[in-house]
Design a protein around this ligand. Structure first.
Ligand code: PMP
Length: 296
């Protein structure tokens, strides 16, 4: 459940009951999908609750807004403070946090003069669950970067994610893996993709993906552990003799993959670099200290 009659949300500088929130039906985001958003997690730790990589997420929100010509009137620190207050008001320690910047009244095809900022928070399990996930290559492609700004987190882009997820579930799989317009592996509907081969991790470079904050964190942890990571383009066929693979994302965290189109990997998940990274990631998010450069 995302909210109850006791939940508070942040809307345009105020904390109000979720059930009292009002927005106009004539906002451009609702009709044409020009809104930008974030997905953030907070974790309880020995020193209290900490919002994981809060600065990085709100910076990305600000950048997404700039790229989509949406007005963004807040400082990063203000938003971090507001989010901590929101967690407190909702008595949340471990939480998923959803900031959304959406437009005001505007039915034209030009960016809006007015924008609104919503932040909600709720308790949310890991998005892909705790079991290894079965994956299928999607018939939907990642959006063409010449038609949109793929590295901005724009609400409208997620129609592709919804179609791809629905198709995968209809076919009996847990999750989709989308290719880019050139047939290279890109990412999942809401997470980034890595595979492992002979002790090296491979992940697609920026260009057709949303370069995730979890992806960057996992790459940093891998570096500290001496696990090489290469940002390279690759095709689905190159995954046939992979040792393992996994997804990374704020909602999913590090999620091991069982199979791709029913083809299993050469290694048992527990024997892979991905597994080690998933364990280290779990420890890291609970440390409550993400400011230092040394992760481990
Ligand atoms: N790709 C897409 C399309 C996403 O929606 C997300 C989730 N924000 C990610 C990748 C992973 O990004 P992050 O690790 O910053 O959550």
């Amino acid at each position: 459940m995302y909210f109850s009659n006791k939940s508070y949300v942040f809307l345009n500088g105020e904390f109000i009951k979720a059930s009292d929130a009002r927005i106009t039906l004539f906002n451009q985001t609702l009709h044409y999908g020009n809104g930008v958003f974030e997905g953030i997690r907070a974790y309880g730790s020995p020193s209290g609750t900490t919002i994981f990589k809060a600065r990085e997420h709100y910076k990305r929100l600000k950048e997404s807004a700039r790229k989509m010509h949406l007005k963004f009137d807040y400082s990063i620190s203000e938003l971090i403070d507001a989010t901590y207050q929101l967690l407190k008001k909702n008595h949340l320690a471990d939480a998923y946090i959803r900031p959304l910047l959406f437009s005001g009244v505007n039915m034209r095809l030009l960016p809006s003069e007015e924008s609104n900022l919503f932040i909600g928070a709720w308790k949310w399990e890991r998005y892909l669950g705790d079991k290894l996930v079965s994956v299928t290559i999607s018939s939907y492609e990642r959006p063409n970067p010449h038609s949109c700004i793929v590295d901005a987190k724009v609400t409208g882009h997620y129609t592709t994610s919804i179609l791809a997820t629905y198709e995968a579930r209809k076919k009996g799989f847990d999750e989709a893996l989308l290719l880019d317009m050139h047939g290279h592996v890109a990412e999942a509907p809401g997470s980034n993709f890595f595979y492992e081969k002979n002790g090296v991790l491979y992940t697609p470079p920026p260009g057709h993906i949303l370069p995730g904050i979890t992806r960057a964190t996992v790459m940093e942890i891998a570096k500290e552990l001496g696990i090489p990571v290469k940002e390279e383009l690759f095709t689905p066929e190159q995954l046939h003799d992979a040792d393992s693979a996994f997804f990374t994302g704020t909602a999913a965290e590090v999620a091991g993959i069982k199979s791709i189109d029913n083809r299993r990997f050469r290694k048992k998940w527990e024997d892979t670099a991905g597994y080690i990274l998933s364990q280290k990631y779990k420890e890291y998010i609970r440390t409550g200290d993400y400011s230092h450069s040394g992760i481990i």
